[in-house]
Ligand binder design. Sequence first.
Ligand code: ATR
Length: 275
Amino acid sequence: MINRYTVIGQPIAHSVSPDIHHVFGDLTQRRIQYTRTEATEATFAQVVNEWKQQGGLGCNVTMPFKTLAMDVVDRVKPCARRAGALNTIFMHKDGSLVGYNTDGSGLLSDLKTTMRVDPAGLRVLMLGAGGASRGVLGPLMDRHPAAMVIANRTLSKARDLAEQFDKDGTLSATSYETLADEQPFDLIINATSSGLSGEQLTLPSGLFTEDALAYDMVYSNTDTPFMTWARANGASQVVDGFGMLVEQAADAFVIWQGVRPKTRLVYPRLSHLRQ
Ligand code: ATR
C-alpha cells in the first residue's frame, strides 16, 4: 500500500518536505508518496478535504495556513492549541481530522541531538513575536531556561506572548532598543521574518556569552543576515533551521506512521539539498 501525504502552502514549489519524507520512507521501509499542494486562503479547507477524500493519510501545513488550519480540523492536540497553530494533520480512519504542531518539538530535538544544547538553565533570547515564535515557546519554556527574553520590534506583541507563556516569572519582553541592558545570552533564536526580505535587525553588541549558540529558524544554504551578524558578534556556533525542518518532519512522520526515522541517518542522504 502506498501511504500518501502532501504539504499544503503558498508558495510551495520550493518545499523540500517531499525529499525529506521520501528518505524517511526508505529508511523505515514504508511506501511513501509525498507531494506539494498549493492553496489559497479561500480554497485551503476544500483542498484539505479533497486530499482526505482522495485517500490521503495526512498532510503538513506550512506558511501561510498554520493558523487557519486550526479551524479546519475536528480535534486539536495540546501541542497545537498552545501554539495557536498547527503544521501536521492526521487523517483518521473514521474520517476525522486531528491537528498537531511539531515545530517546537522539532526545534528542541535539533538543539538536543545535533547541537547538544539543552535550554534548561540557559539564558535564552527569542527575536520576534509572530507565529514562528509562538509555535516554539511552549516546548522551550517546558525545559525551564534560567531566563527567556522575547525581543520584538512591536513591544506590545512581545508582552502579549510573555504574558501568555510565562509560568514562573522567567519570561520577559523587551524592545530591540533596550536589549543592551540585558545580561548576555547562551542561546539566541531568530524567529523574525526579517531575513526573508534581506533585512538586518538592529541589535546591540555584547549579547552572546562565550559558548553561545545563534539559531536562525529559517532554512538557508547561505548565511542569513542574522547569521552573518551572529558570527561577527561573538556567537560560538551559528546554524540555520534545516535541522529543525528535518526534526519537525520526523515528528510528523511518527504521528502518521508510528515510527520515528533515525534522523542522523537522514542528513547524509539530504546533502544535495545543502549545496
Ligand atoms: P511568522 O508567522 O513568520 O512569525 P509574523 O506573524 O508576521 O510571521 O511575524 C513576523 C515577525 O518578524 C514579527 O515578530 C515581526 O515584528 P513585528 O511584530 O514588529 O511586525 C518580525 N519582523 C518582520 N520584519 C522585521 C523587520 N524588518 N525588523 C524587525 N522585525 C521584523
